[in-house]
Design a protein around this ligand. Structure first.
Ligand code: MEV
Length: 444
């Protein structure tokens, strides 16, 4: 049974652990040992991680893998990926290699506009509010100068602010809908600071706007926050080749493969149940790079799935066609990413990942991430439409099953070889390992 506690955040890390193991664990020593074995020996490094969040008790490892051979706009990349799912890095690497020999990925940033909104309630005449907004708009921008000065020096800043009447959807609800260019920063703090300043200036100025009635002067701010829906921060990634070049030693002809592949994409375009899984496969690649480069994968997920529903029905992010003997597979998606600020300067592995990617600008990173997503989607659809997904998946999953059974390194090598041409399942691995152990052939 749990119990409430006050002042938990003020306890030292060790005291926090003591309380947790006392409250929740029967084997307190074992639980403490597991938590502490993930602490880094380097105290300074550990402290850095402790201070990323509140109430840190230990570190939670995810593997950082790399997918080499990504040719993107003629430049070679090895892409860092932080992910727990066993087949993702292997699939990305395979797809990268496949397209390396066929011209690589062509990517392009289509737009980089980010959005923030001040949501407020106004009881009164809309025409008078519009007149007030026209008057106050330059003041809203001016009052933000201390926040925007540096960003403006680099070529970014506030692009525009619009007054939006939402009263048809919610009584007395209006917004200031603002657009920003945040260059290499993801820009969350910049945008939110500007929005909060807009709100302050707006409310203050309303109080002395003489055309307003007393009630109209009393504008109620509900909240000021950026939007993770960024349909104007778009990147496109594409691969294409002659149909005959598609052949990769699979059992069907290149034409049949291309046709089946396009059908698979069409299904994801029209069928939401399939689209969700199809896009999940894309996000396997995207999230892994987003995480490795210290970006906010929840923001990316939220924005991408909203974009996938922009026509009122959830649909595929990627598309494919065969035209004049050319197979083309592409996708456009919103990615608000940063390569400065946030974790990028703080987390040593994020710094390392960015350096591995040639220290990209945010625009470069958008393109790398989009290529990783498209590669992942290509790999999944290629497997699904040829061998089926389980063959590759279970091969990669074999190691997880072997680890669950605490197989030794020798046992692992023998069983990986044994399962080369056999179907992997929890049961089949358990049986094979059992047999191996009974035969005692591995014991010295
Ligand atoms: C598994 O993580 C992702 C896939 O299901 C994606 C797909 O079905 O396209 C293989």
């Amino acid at each position: 049974m749990g119990k409430p506690i006050s002042g938990f955040s003020k306890l030292s890390k060790s005291k926090k652990i003591d309380w947790i193991v006392d409250t929740y664990f029967s084997n307190k020593e074992a639980a403490t040992k597991v938590l502490k074995q993930y602490w880094n020996n380097n105290e300074k490094l550990q402290q850095l991680h402790d201070e990323f969040i509140e109430n840190t008790i230990t570190n939670y490892y995810l593997p950082l893998g790399v997918a080499p051979n990504f040719l993107i706009n003629g430049k070679l990349y090895t892409i860092p990926m932080a992910i727990e799912e066993s087949s993702v890095v292997a699939a990305a690497s395979k797809a990268a290699k496949f397209w390396l020999d066929r011209g690589g990925f062509k990517t392009q940033v289509l737009s980089t506009v980010k959005i923030g909104q001040v949501h407020f309630m106004y009881k009164g005449d809309t025409a008078r509010l519009r007149a007030f907004f026209a008057l106050v708009k330059p003041k809203l921008i001016e009052a933000c100068k201390p926040i925007t000065l540096n960003m403006e020096k680099r070529g970014g800043g506030i692009l525009d602010i619009e007054l939006v009447d939402k009263t048809s959807e919610l009584d007395t609800y209006f917004q200031l809908h603002a657009k920003f260019e945040t260059l290499d920063a993801m820009g969350a703090n910049f945008i939110n600071s500007c929005l909060e300043q807009f709100a302050k200036t707006f409310v203050e100025a309303a109080k002395s706007f003489e055309s307003f009635t007393e009630e109209e002067q009393d504008i109620q701010i509900v909240m000021s926050i950026l939007s993770n829906y960024v349909p104007e921060c778009l990147v496109r990634a594409e691969v294409s080749c002659n149909i005959e070049d598609l052949n990769d030693g699979f059992a069907m002809s290149s034409e049949a493969f291309a046709e089946k592949f396009v059908q698979a994409v069409r299904i994801a375009e029209v069928e939401p149940y399939r689209a969700v899984t199809h896009n999940k496969g894309i996000m396997n690649g995207i999230d892994a790079v987003v995480l490795a480069t210290g970006n906010d994968f929840r923001a990316i997920e939220a924005g991408v799935h909203a974009y996938a529903s922009r026509h009122g029905k959830y649909s595929s992010l990627s598309h494919a066609k065969v035209e004049n003997g050319i197979f083309t597979f592409w996708m456009e998606l919103p990615l608000a990413l940063g390569t400065v600020g946030g974790l990028t300067r703080l987390h040593p592995l994020v710094k390392l990942s960015l350096e591995m990617l040639h220290n990209p600008t945010a625009k470069d990173l958008m393109q790398v991430v989009a290529a990783a997503g498209l590669a992942q989607n290509f790999a999944a659809l290629k497997s699904l439409t040829t061998t089926g997904i389980q063959q590759g998946h279970m091969k990669m999953h074999l190691m997880n099953i072997l680890n669950q059974f605490e197989a030794s390194n020798e046992e692992k090598l023998l069983l990986i070889d044994f399962f080369k041409d056999k179907t992997v399942s929890h049961n089949s691995v358990s049986e094979a390992l059992e047999k191996l152990r009974q035969q005692n052939i591995l014991k010295p």
